[in-house]
Design a binder for this molecule. Structure first.
Ligand SMILES: NC(=O)c1ccc[n+]([C@@H]2O[C@H](COP(=O)([O-])OP(=O)(O)OC[C@H]3O[C@@H](n4cnc5c(N)ncnc54)[C@H](OP(=O)(O)O)[C@@H]3O)[C@@H](O)[C@H]2O)c1
Length: 275
């Protein structure tokens, strides 16, 4: 495993995403990933699977302290009071008394950012979140959080894969000593269809998706959280620690990065241009 060290945290660079993994699929999927060796799990209030994720962790028998667990607060719960109450409910469902990382899931312009950041800082001060952060924040929003409100944030979780450049966001996070957690890191499997990624993978006996994940976690302070309900994908995504990319590979992948964004809901902020 590669670890990211930032803001006093030690974060496994590869984690399991769990969006859509509800019911038995969620419980079994999380438990299986922990058996494979994953020690970083990502969920959210929005996914309605915190209970399953918590059950999978308990059933695995892996000590809670060995797992880096992230959840995210729904946009409608970002007001003072709501944020703390909804986090308490998340912890109950997750069957734990703290998360390692608590994120603001999406910016919500209807609730003042300072109010949200004050509330989430309080959760951290109470020991219910070891670290706090944001998700889907642009450079402007990160600037507002860190510079205007003095927030001490570990991470920004955003879409990131070989088809989407995040250069401006990465530069901003670097400036603040923060990490980037890459969601949709295998582009829902499309990284396997790309001829450049597949060609690089052939050299190492790996798939395009495995190359994409390796490319992400080889970057400074970048983690990736591929979702895999199937055992095959879960195992394959973990089998990326026995090879590394050379400079030519990295250059070929960098040449692919553009502005192919898969997730752009109506409530998204105005994204930064790719360069
Ligand atoms: N913060 C946010 O707003 C936000 C937004 C989106 C996602 N996320 C988080 O990021 C996680 C990952 O993102 P995502 O689920 O959108 O996309 P993703 O991880 O890029 O793609 C998951 C899909 O790709 C398949 N897959 C996984 N590994 C594969 C492999 N090696 N080869 C081929 N196909 C593979 C999975 O199949 P199977 O499941 O069938 O195995 C699943 O259908 C989410 O689960 C969630 O935790 C956060």
């Amino acid at each position: 495993m590669i670890f990211i060290e930032a803001k006093g945290a030690k974060v496994p660079a590869l984690g399991l995403g769990t969006y859509g993994m509800t019911g038995k699929t969620g419980v079994d999927g999380v438990r299986f990933a922990l058996e494979v060796g994953y020690r970083h799990v990502d969920t959210a209030q929005m996914y309605e699977n915190e209970a399953e994720v918590g059950r999978g962790i308990v059933d695995s028998g892996i000590p809670r302290a060995e797992i880096f667990l992230t959840t995210k607060v729904l946009p409608r719960n970002l007001g003072a009071g709501d944020l703390q109450r909804s986090t308490d409910a998340s912890l109950k469902r997750l069957k734990t008394d703290y998360v390692d990382l608590l994120l603001v899931h999406w910016p919500n312009p209807a609730i003042p950012l300072g109010e949200t950041l004050g509330a989430i800082a309080q959760v951290k001060a109470e020991g219910k979140a070891r670290h706090i952060g944001v998700s889907n924040f642009t450079v402007a929003l990160l600037g507002a959080a860190v510079a205007d409100h003095g927030a001490d944030l570990l991470a920004n979780q955003v879409e990131y894969h070989p088809f989407l450049s995040q250069k401006p966001v990465l530069a901003c996070l670097n400036l603040h000593g923060m990490m980037l957690t890459a969601y949709r890191p295998v582009a829902k499997g499309e990284t396997n269809q790309d001829s450049v990624l597949a060609g690089i993978g052939k050299k190492y006996g790996k798939s395009g998706a495995q190359v994409a994940l390796r490319w992400l976690i080889e970057q400074d302070r970048v983690a990736a959280i591929p979702k895999a309900a199937s055992r095959e994908h879960c195992q394959a995504n973990f089998d990326i620690f026995d090879f590394s990319l050379d400079a030519a590979d990295a250059a070929a992948i960098a040449a692919l990065t553009g502005n192919r964004r898969y997730l752009d809901p109506a409530w998204a902020p105005e994204w930064d241009p790719p360069e």
